[in-house]
Each structure stands twice: as C-alpha cells, then as structure tokens.
Design a protein around this ligand. Structure first.
Ligand SMILES: Nc1ncnc2c1ncn2[C@@H]1O[C@H](COP(=O)(O)OP(=O)(O)O)[C@@H](O)[C@H]1O
Ligand SMILES: [Mg+2]
Length: 607
C-alpha cells in the first residue's frame, strides 16, 4: 500500500543556521531595514538597559528591607534613608513604577522598529519575487516561496522583536548581577557560580531531550494511525487478500514501538523531576548553608543573604533562558539567509511604475530561425528553426498535436523566455531590445484556463487596465459578450467571484478574460486554445467576442479545433517543434499528403 505522509509535524525550513561568515554577512544586510528607525531603536536600547538595572535594584533593596529598622510612619520617612523600612518600601514601589514605564516603552519601541522593518522586508521580497523570470518559478515550488514570505519572516520577527531584546536583557542581568554578588561576598559568589549555572544548564538540556523524546513518541503514534487509516480505507483489499492477521500484526508491532518509546520518555521525565528536586534545591540549600557559615564568621548579615539569594535566583533563571533564546536567534539568522538568497536572484528588468504612454507598436511579429529548449530540460529541443511572419493586423494560426511547441511559441512572444537560437523581431526590432514592461503592456493573452482572482467581476475586468472607469469596464464587457450575464447577477458587476463567491462557467470566465483584454487594448493578441474547453453553445458566444477582439490587432491563434482557424490569414502546422506546412486553409487542405489534411479529416470524422 502506498506509504502516506507521516502525521508528525516537520520542522523543515525552521532549522537554525550554522554561524559562518556568509550567514553573518547576510544578516548584517538586515541593517538596511533598521537604519530608518535608528532613533527609536537607540531609545529602546536605553529603556532596555534601564529595566535591566532596575530589576537588579529589587534584590538589593530586599536585603536592605530585611536589615532595616521600623520607624514612625510610612509617609514620614525620606526616600534616601536606606536604613528605614518605610523609605525602602517607598523606593521599591518607585523602582517598580519606573520599571513598568520603561518596560512599556521598550516593548513598544522595539515593536515599532521591527514591525516597520519587517513590513518593508516583506514588501521588498514580494516585489522582487513577482519580477523573477519564469525560469525561477519552474525551479521553485510555490509552497516553498510562500513559506519564505510567511514562515521565514515570522521566524525573523520572533528573533528580532522578542529574542534579541530578551537576550541582551539577560546578558546585562547576568553580568551586572554577578558583579553585584561579588560586592556582597566574593566567597559566596564563587560557590554559587560553581554550582547553580551548571545545574541550571543541565536542567535546560535535560528538558530539551525530554521534549525531543515526546515528539518522537507523537511521530510513532502518527505512524500507527497511518496503518489504521490505510487499512480501513482499503478494507476491501485487506479482506480480499484475507490479510487481517497480517494487518493486526503490523499494527501491534507499531503500537508496541510507540509504547516502548513512551516508556523511555516516562523514565527520563521521572529522572528529570528527581534531578530538579535533588540537585536544584540541593544546590540552593548548599549555598544557604555556606551563607549561614559566613554569617557566623561575621562576614555577612541577614540582609546580604537575602539579597544574595534573590540575585542568584534571578541570575539562574537568566542563564537557563539563554539556550532557548540563542536557538531562536539562530533560526532567525537562517531565515534571513534564505530571504537574502531570494533577494539576490536576478529579476527581469521590469519597472514597477505604471506605464504612462503606451509603446507605439504596429504589431508585426517575425520569428527568424528560432530554436529553443527550456533551461530545465536542455537536452529536449522544443522548437527547431521556426520562421514565420505575422504582419500588423494579421491572424496567424498555430495547429498541431499536443506537445508540438505551440504554447512555447506564445510564451516566447510574451518574452517569458528568450530564444536559444535565431531571433524574434517586433516591428522589425529585436524583441530583446524593447523595454520588457512596455512591450508586455501592448500584448494580451487569453488562455484556455482563465484564472480569476477572488474579488468582484468589476475588479477582475479592471485588471486589464488598473484604474479604468465603470463606463470603460461596462463597454469592454459588452464587447466581450459578457454584459448580459453579468447584469443578470443580483449584484451585477459587484458580484464576488472565486472561492468565496459565485462560481462562473468556463465560457463566462473566458468572456471576462476577453473583457480584460479589450480594456488593455493590446497591439498583439495571443489566444492559446481559448475555446478548447467550451461546449458548442458558449464557444459560439466566446468566438464572436474573440472575433471582435482580434479586429485590427496582430493575433496568434492556437487552436485545437481546426474549424476555429479556417479564416486565418496563415496557418502554421507544427509537429515536434518544426513548422511542417504553412499557408491558408484552402492551400493546406489541397495538399492531400500533408498533416493538415489528415488532421482535418480526423476531426471531421470525430464530429
Ligand atoms: N516549462 C517547461 N519546462 C520544460 N519543458 C516544457 C515546459 N513547457 C513545455 N515543455 C515541453 O515543451 C514541449 C512543447 O510544449 P508546448 O509548447 O506546451 O506544446 P503545445 O502547446 O503544442 O501542446 C513539450 O514536449 C513539453 O513537454
Ligand atoms: Mg499548449
């Protein structure tokens, strides 16, 4: 039975980066996105420093509080008198108030910087992506590209917004905290450093190992579910082969594997809890024991011990949080690398500013000994020595078996690819010498499968000319034989189409695509099997609209049904990338030994 995908979640794409020079170089390029917000960033850093410092004031003041004497009343004490309980309490409240204010400012400022930077990064990446050449899209899966913009930017976001600031804060806490500890007692600090961080780090890696185990258990359980799924779906097969015993055995061994792994997890979890209880608390007790000894020698007082313990716990927590933060940061570096790789790809020379004056084109197309193969399959010649001319306003039809290279010719005209040999000229000038955007702006294609995007019919038609007025849109729809059915919808042109709206028939979608093309007013028109998928009734409506659209434009018509190309000015018969015959319908049909003749006889007998 076909093995299905395992149920366990995959972390693909979220791997932390290896820290090499290249990774750093790419990461520093992010700085470009931070630069416009350097002021806010610096301010955020100051707030970060302030909150870290203030958080260290708490354990110190706590120690002072323990040592202090009580006094007359809460409000009468001065803030600066650190021997007085009330003044220390007031100071503590002030510390927390300041910490709250700085904490708010820090989080908001870092948010401001990173959200702006990320929004710009997202836009840049997308703008780069849509301008990449077709070859790029042949080499990358859509899902992969999608996850670049969504998942990778999200990883970067996590790294930049929280983890980076958190990491800095923890490092400040640890270094300053340890400095403060040595001020209280060098001896006790050494005892603490020799034990607590070690235990804290062991606990972190222990915890990770357990998480990894429990993920493996989940994967195993998913495996067992796959067996249930497969056998129940194919229960006929199981019974027909009377393989029930075999399947029960298969399931059993899979379940037992999951159980054993789960038990292993249980053992390690137990060990983890005992480790925490014994080592963690043991170390704390040990430090307290040492502290009490030092106190007996008169080296420490009660307040010092309190400060010391509170600081130690803070430092321990900081140290324990570092591995997680570093992992998140490394993931962000990995995501950055991938995003920068994407930005490094060479885009097509397409301008993103709207075309103001359309390129004046008469629309003459000439293929001169064009040969071509796709870069992804260089050994497979798709076009061989193809030559033909389409004069302005002419209709040239391409016919031939599927795989002959007809659509490839269309994509070469659109300059999705450039010829490998020979050249294509437009109005006598090499197509490569035109501004790509301006050239494509004067071309339109009506394909076999029209993709409408989720939006209103009006928006879908206006795609041919962004900013078109309602009157223009309606006029285009009328020319495309689309007005009648659009007006028939209760919401008319504001009807939403696509997944969340009305499903249109193939013929209706085709006529919307034609209305788009009418609005675009191209000099060169390409119809790639535009009516092939339609039933006869809607084909007639679409064909009528197409005939109107083709008037006065150079058209390349690719057709499956020969009946639709009968009145073309020239018909090219293609097979295996070669032009076998060319001429008008009457000329070609007269050649009784030719491919066109036999194709047309075949279709007549089918009809
Ligand atoms: N993007 C592509 N990458 C690689 N080979 C392709 C690609 N598109 C088409 N081909 C190959 O080129 C040949 C011609 O295809 P195509 O132009 O689509 O034929 P037609 O439109 O006449 O059916 C076929 O052999 C096809 O397999
Ligand atoms: Mg095709």
């Amino acid at each position: 039975m076909a093995s299905r995908r395992k149920g366990g979640a995959t972390d693909e794409g979220a791997k932390p980066a290896k820290l090499n020079k290249e990774a750093w170089r790419k990461t520093t390029r992010l700085f470009r996105y931070l630069r416009p917000h350097l002021g806010a960033f610096a301010l955020g850093m100051l707030c970060l420093l302030a909150t870290s410092l203030l958080s260290l004031a708490f354990p110190i003041l706590l120690g002072k509080l323990v040592n202090a004497e009580s006094s007359q009343g809460f409000w009468s004490a001065a803030l600066s008198d650190l021997t007085n309980i009330d003044s220390i309490a007031k100071l503590l409240i002030l510390v927390f108030a300041l910490q709250a204010a700085f904490g708010f400012a820090r989080i908001y400022l870092f948010g401001l910087v990173s959200e702006n930077a990320l929004a710009n990064l997202r836009q840049d990446t997308y703008a780069h992506l849509v301008r990449m050449p077709m070859l790029f899209f042949a080499r990358h899966r859509v899902g992969e590209l999608n996850s670049r913009i969504s998942a990778d930017v999200a990883l970067l976001q996590e790294g930049m917004t929280t983890s980076l600031a958190e990491l800095l804060r923890q490092i400040i806490t640890i270094t300053l905290g340890i400095t403060l500890l040595t001020l209280v007692s060098v001896q006790l600090t050494l005892t603490m450093l020799a034990t607590l961080p070690v235990v804290a780090l062991v606990a972190v890696f222990f915890g990770r190992w357990i998480r990894k185990l429990s993920k493996q258990v989940q994967d195993r359980i998913a495996d067992t579910n796959v067996i249930v799924d497969e056998t129940l779906q194919g229960i006929q097969n199981v019974k027909a082969f009377s393989n029930e015993a075999f399947e029960v055995g298969r399931y059993r061994s899979s379940v037992l594997k999951a159980r054993d792994l789960a038990l292993k997890g249980a053992r390690w979890r137990g060990a983890f809890v005992s480790f925490i209880i014994f080592c963690m608390f043991g170390v704390i007790v040990f430090i307290i024991w040492r502290a009490v000894h030092l106190k007996a020698q008169g080296l420490l007082d009660m307040g010092d011990i309190t400060s010391f313990l509170a600081l130690s716990i803070m430092i321990g927590a900081s140290i324990a949080s570092i591995p997680e933060l570093v992992t998140t940061m490394l993931k962000a570096v990995g995501a950055t690398e991938r995003l920068m790789d994407l930005q490094d790809g060479e885009p097509e020379p397409i301008s993103l500013t709207p075309q103001t004056t359309p390129l004046p084109l008469k629309g003459e197309i000439a293929f001169e000994h064009v040969s071509f193969h796709y870069a992804t399959r260089p050994e497979h010649a798709v076009l061989r020595d193809v030559s033909f001319t389409a004069k302005p306003g002419e209709r040239v039809a391409l016919v031939g078996p599927s795989g002959a290279g007809k659509s490839t010719i269309a994509s070469l005209v659109l300059r999705f690819h450039d010829p490998v040999g020979g050249r294509i000229t437009i109005d006598g000038k090499d197509a490569r010498d035109y501004d790509l955007s301006a050239l494509r702006h004067r071309m339109s294609i009506v394909p076999q499968e029209v993709l409408l995007f989720g939006g209103t019919i009006r928006e879908n038609i206006a795609y041919g000319k962004p900013g078109a007025s309602m009157a223009e849109i309606e006029a285009a729809a009328r020319k495309a034989n689309a007005h009648a059915f659009i007006a028939g919808f209760p919401q008319g042109y504001d009807t939403v189409v696509g997944e969340r709206g009305v499903q249109l028939s193939g013929g209706q979608r085709q006529r919307i695509a034609i209305a788009r093309a009418v609005l675009k007013d191209p000099a060169i028109l390409i119809l790639d099997e535009a009516t092939s998928a339609l039933d006869t009734a809607s084909e007639r409506l679409v064909q009528e609209a197409l005939d109107k659209l083709m008037e006065g434009r150079t058209s390349i018509v690719i057709a499956h049904r020969l009946s639709t190309v009968r009145n073309a000015d020239r018909i090219l018969v293609l097979d295996q990338g070669r032009v076998l015959e060319s001429g008008t319908h009457d000329e070609l049909i007269a050649n009784t030994g030719g491919l066109y003749h036999s194709l047309s006889r075949l279709q007549l007998s089918e009809a």
